[in-house]
Design a protein around this ligand. Structure first.
Ligand code: FAD
Length: 148
């Protein structure tokens, strides 16, 4: 059964392009082997919620593999405040040919307000919006829709 998991987290250190390349290189190496696909976005913003920026990532693959890799990622000290948003079965992958898509978002005005709410512990919606739209997944998927 295919499964997807979305989490968000906060970087614990300034993230240079080299730091991010290192994460991505490891992700690609492991994800190919484990048949994991998905998308990782780094929002390069210092804010009240985050000193060094924020990550949001979707992982998809077999349930066991996704949960295993998430467990590993959760222990990584390059980020903290790791919050699982969604973990559900899916019929088909949203990122079928992306071992791990990646985007560094430096223009933070491009991040939708609706998504920012998910990073605000006081307003954390923990659910899809009224229309049943999965805002974090829609945001991640927007990068795929542009490039595919
Ligand atoms: P190793 O061989 O142990 O390490 C690979 C490289 O990463 C080495 O160069 C090592 O020096 C460096 N490294 C490892 N841990 C640290 C650390 N704490 N600080 C600095 N450098 C370090 N892994 C995946 O497999 N798939 C993913 O999709 C994925 N996404 C990630 C997303 C985020 C936001 C972060 C922070 C990490 C992610 N990782 C991912 C990495 C994951 O947390 C583990 O580091 C990795 O899976 C360990 O794999 P390995 O044992 O093959 O790597």
């Amino acid at each position: 059964m295919l499964h997807y998991l979305i989490y968000m987290s906060h970087a614990t250190q300034p993230m240079s392009d080299n730091n991010l390349d290192e994460i991505l290189a490891t992700a690609v190496k492991n994800n190919i082997e484990k048949d994991i696909t998905g998308m990782l976005v780094f929002i390069d913003e210092q804010s009240a919620f985050s000193d060094h920026g924020r990550f949001i990532q979707v992982l998809e693959g077999s349930e066991e593999t996704v949960k295993d890799i998430y467990k590993t990622i959760s222990k990584d000290d390059r980020h903290n405040q790791i919050t699982e948003l969604f973990s559900y079965p899916i019929k088909q992958r949203n990122f079928p040919d992306w071992i791990m898509g990646f985007k560094r978002v430096s223009d933070t005005s491009s991040v939708p307000d609706e998504l920012n709410k998910w990073f605000d512990p006081d307003h954390f919606p923990k659910e899809m919006n009224k229309e049943g739209v999965n805002i974090p997944l829609t945001y991640l998927r927007s990068f795929y829709d542009i490039h595919k």
